[in-house]
Every structure is written in structure tokens, then in C-alpha cells.
Design a protein around this ligand. Sequence first.
Ligand code: MD3
Ligand code: FE
Length: 201
Amino acid sequence: MAKKISTKGFEIYPGLLDRSTQESMVTDLRKCLQQAPLFAPVTPSGKPMSVRMSAAGQFGWVTDRKGYRYEPQHPEGMNWPRIPETVLSVWQAVSNCPRQPECCLINWYDDSAKMGMHQDKDEADFSCPVVSISLGDEGLFRMGNPERGGKTESLWLRSGDVVVMGGTARLAYHGIDRIRTGSGTLLPKGGRINLTLRVVT
Ligand code: MD3
Ligand code: FE
């Protein structure tokens, strides 16, 4: 296995995925997004999020005026596509989890997109980690604590990097402060894709 950096309970595998693996993954994701297109999520308070989202697997995470939740269908009514094997194999390699992921959330960031500090707590089984895969432009990832506030650490996530949040990090606050436009060469039109694999039930 590639080298692992551990900080604040987050396990980071820089450059775990080589270029050809990343390219295969993008090809697979384009097929997913043909079936279940990116949508513009709105928070329960009515604020549009800057990230665009879709998902693969039995469940996708959605947000709208009705709240945050996992749903078995896309907001437009279609089923979510299956999670591609290229993506599942990353979970097998790093999760150390006996369960299979039930959701692969697909986040797409343009130049100006960001994600505020939050916890991921809409899942039922916090003994399972969340595994994140970064593709395309670099994103500045901020890692916090299981309580709001306190010291944070920041790290640029690059294309091919994988992060595992398990144990104490599973409920840590985290976010993406900004995207470094044009820093990646994987996506011809630029932007950043982040995949998060999750056990939901
Ligand atoms: C959170 N995504 O989708 S991934 C999210 O880059 C999310 O799009 C960010 O936060 C993004 O909820 C950060 C990094 C990451 C990795 C493992 C996690 C976030 C995690 C494990 C638990 C909770
Ligand atoms: Fe998150």
C-alpha cells in the first residue's frame, strides 16, 4: 500500500490512484452522470449550495426545502446508477470495513465552489468510515474536531488522493475552503470531483 499520513484521526493516502486508474474512474463517472445528472442542491433554509451533486448506489444524499436525507431515487425520479467497480475497489483497499458502501456521493466543484464546515451524521452506523476520492483540480480541505470550533488543519487534496475518516475522525467537522483553478489536468474543462463512499443504513 502507498504511504499513509495520519492527522487528527484522518488517514490520507496521497496519490493512491495512478493516472490511468483516475481516467478509468472518470469514464465510469460520466456514464453514471448520464443516468443521474448533477443537480443543484438547496439547503433546508433555502440557500443554494455552490457544489453540484449526484450519487451512485442504493441511496443518494439529497437536500432541499424538506431537509437533508438519503433517498433511493434522484430528485428527477430515476434510480441511482450502480457504484462503478473502479470506485468500489478503493473501498476494498482502504476502508477495513466488513460492510459494502451503499452510497457514492458525487460532488462537483467549479472555480468558485466551496463547502462549509459540517459533520456527516445522516448515516446509521458510525463504525463504518467514509472514504473520499479526489479527482481534477486541487481543493483545500480543512479538518476540524468532533465538536464545533477548536483548532483545524488544512491540506490541499490533489487528483488521486484518498482520505479515510473513521474512528474519532468519523464525526469530525470538515469542509473545502477553495479550489485551485487549473491545477489539475485530468478533467479537460477543469473543476474538481470528490467522491465519498458511505454505508448509510
Ligand atoms: C466527511 N466532501 O461530501 S471529502 C461531503 O471534498 C464532503 O467534497 C468534501 O465533506 C469534498 O460530505 C470532503 C473528505 C472527507 C473524507 C472523509 C470523510 C470527508 C469526510 C469522512 C467523514 C465525513
Ligand atoms: Fe462531509
